[in-house]
Design a binder for this molecule. Sequence first.
Ligand SMILES: C[S@@+](CC[C@H](N)C(=O)[O-])C[C@H]1O[C@@H](n2cnc3c(N)ncnc32)[C@H](O)[C@@H]1O
Length: 203
Amino acid sequence: MKPTKLFHHAPATQRNREPILKVLQTCLPNPARVLEVASGTGEHAVYLSSNLPQVIHWQPTDIDPTAISSIEAWRQSEQHPKLLPAQHLDVTAPVDIALDYYNALLAINMIHISLGPLPKLMQLAKKLLDDKGILYLYGPFWQADVTPAESNLAFDMSLRQRNALWGIRDLEEVTQLAKTHGLIQQAIITMPANNLSVVYRKE
Ligand SMILES: C[S@@+](CC[C@H](N)C(=O)[O-])C[C@H]1O[C@@H](n2cnc3c(N)ncnc32)[C@H](O)[C@@H]1O
């Protein structure tokens, strides 16, 4: 019987999963061994791991026990042979997952949630990625030469009202931080609803 009460649903995942899939089809290494941080409900993990043939294994993780339960509910709802059991991972804390195993690190809609994770995420990418590996970020960013969308300005304000350390990040600052961790920006892809996909590789 399905543990229905554990399922959580983030409506945005239904809208952005297809555009994200299209980007990952072109930029994930082949074969790909994916470590996803901040997996949230687990809906991306289920959909993307099932629809990317180059993925061997996909490890969903989150800091939040409710998210872990939801990921597990989705994972167990159908056959998802590539999807590993959800694990607790706090990006800001020492990570006790065997990192040698992964060559792609994904953070979807995460870096605007708190300030701490971004440098730690870069440290994690530096440790984890091989020559062909990628760090993939998805979400809203400020870009120097792009007028901010009204929806992003409103979203940023709502984030900052919830927590002064939250907010949309400046892409140039993120890329500069990546550079200090030996990562270069490989691609910026414009996504629906004023979001970006940003791909970094080892220098
Ligand atoms: C806006 S949700 C995005 C979830 C999912 N990636 C999506 O796009 O639907 C942000 C997620 O970041 C997780 N999170 C926040 N701080 C974290 C941290 N320090 N380490 C790992 N995950 C964290 C939250 O628990 C939450 O699931």
